[in-house]
Design a protein around this ligand. Structure first.
Ligand SMILES: Cc1cc2nc3c(=O)[nH]c(=O)nc-3n(C[C@H](O)[C@H](O)[C@H](O)COP(=O)(O)O)c2cc1C
Length: 378
């Protein structure tokens, strides 16, 4: 059985260990969705992870879910990420950008736009706004033609992130907006298809009562995810494209029927591409996830606990999933408080608990300053 400290080949990347930093929104971007110098330090501090997956990054304005999240749809945003990817690489790390389109989990007070989704069905619970949590607002069902436009927005952001051409090698041609660019040095992108975000809303049965080719039977409900992946693969190459999924998850009120069949069908379609990886959250019964492991021929990352649940993944949970066939294990909260988590696990040092009060606020406090941090802000 593989251990957390074995190497793993991921496309062109050689990961030195099997601990992946899970994507975590920390809402510390500057105005206009810009990455900041503190973000460069934060990610560089965690460069010993086999792979870092960034916080959720909106691929277009209407996809912004929370105030203070960064984007990858303007030239200014793009340029702001370069010091982040450079800092990670200078410290020996690798980083994918998570492309997160919130769909109905958004608010006009945050974006100035009416949120969109597969239908007008509201998200359950409150969404974040600049003045605090508010009930999910009125949203608009996407027209059929607009659904594929949203799918292409992931590809456009991926090209800004990675900058590869259609053949998967360095891209220096013309972008979708007619401006040439090379990307800003991300090693790949993970499409956020989990946790009640737009892709997850379209996969769901209750958030998506559509009767067109994107709603109803399983073959229709998986279409948006497959289109978004296919467009991204065309833009940056399959080795730089990945997706995160939460089978059976119920975040922000999404529900899914026929969970094993839905995800088996989705993975069967995605297996046509030689993707970097699929990232599964432990949101379904273990036997369902093990079935999906068998169905997925490529690299599988497992996040071993229920996101935002009371339990935090530990070494035992990681080893359990490596034993069940996961290739890589993602870890979130432990890496907030322990940037040197891999070394701590390797030599058996205690893992400090994260301070929840600084998850989404506090500037550099609880972000760059934690008991276990090796570096300080420049
Ligand atoms: C502060 C915070 C922010 C998060 N933001 C995201 C996000 O942007 N995208 C995502 O897919 N998951 C997000 N998650 C979920 C984590 O990626 C992870 O699945 C969860 O924390 C469980 O793993 P853990 O027990 O190792 O922390 C977030 C979790 C936390 C604690």
């Amino acid at each position: 059985m593989a251990t957390l400290f074995d190497r793993h080949r991921l496309g062109d990347l050689e990961l030195p260990d099997r601990v992946v930093m899970a994507p975590m929104t920390r809402v510390r971007a500057a105005a206009s969705g810009l990455a900041t110098p503190s973000m460069a330090v934060y990610y560089a501090q965690r460069a010993t992870a086999g792979l870092i997956i960034s916080e959720g990054v909106q691929p277009n304005p209407v996809g912004q879910s929370n105030p203070g999240t960064p984007g990858l749809y303007t030239d200014e945003q793009m340029a702001s990420w370069r010091p982040v990817t450079d800092a990670v690489h200078a410290n020996g790390g690798r980083i994918f950008a998570q492309l997160m389109h919130g769909g109905r989990v958004s608010h006009p007070d945050t974006t100035g736009l009416q949120p969109v989704g597969p239908s007008a069905v509201a998200a359950a619970g409150k969404v974040f706004t600049p003045t605090g949590p508010q009930s999910a607002p009125a949203r608009r069902a996407l027209e059929t033609a607009e659904v594929s436009e949203q799918a292409r927005s992931y590809a456009e952001a991926a090209r800004r992130a990675v900058g590869a051409g259609f053949d998967g090698v360095g891209f220096d041609g013309v972008g979708f907006d007619g401006v040439g660019f090379d990307g800003v040095g991300f090693d790949g992108v993970e499409l956020h298809g989990a946790n009640g975000c737009l892709i997850s809303q379209v996969l769901s049965s209750n958030a998506n009562p559509r009767t067109d080719s994107y709603g109803g039977p399983i073959a229709h409900r998986i279409r948006f995810a497959v289109e978004a992946v296919a467009a991204t693969v065309d833009a940056v190459g399959a080795a730089r494209t990945a997706i995160r999924l939460s089978p059976g998850g119920t975040f922000w009120g999404v529900e899914e029927t026929e969970v094993p069949e839905l995800y088996a069908a989705l993975l069967a379609e995605l297996a046509r591409f030689d993707l970097a990886y699929v990232h599964l959250e432990a949101t379904a019964e273990e036997e369902v996830l093990v079935g999906l492991r068998r169905a997925w021929p490529g690299t599988l990352i497992v996040n071993p606990v229920l996101p935002m649940g009371p339990e935090q993944a530990d070494r035992t949970a990681a080893d359990h999933w490596l034993g069940l066939g996961a290739d890589l294990i993602s870890s979130g909260r432990a890496l907030i408080a322990n940037p040197d988590l891999i070394e701590r696990l390797r030599i058996g040092l205690p893992v400090a608990p994260a301070d929840e009060t600084t998850y989404y606020q506090g500037g550099d406090a609880g972000y760059l300053t934690c008991s276990a941090c090796q570096y300080t802000a420049a």
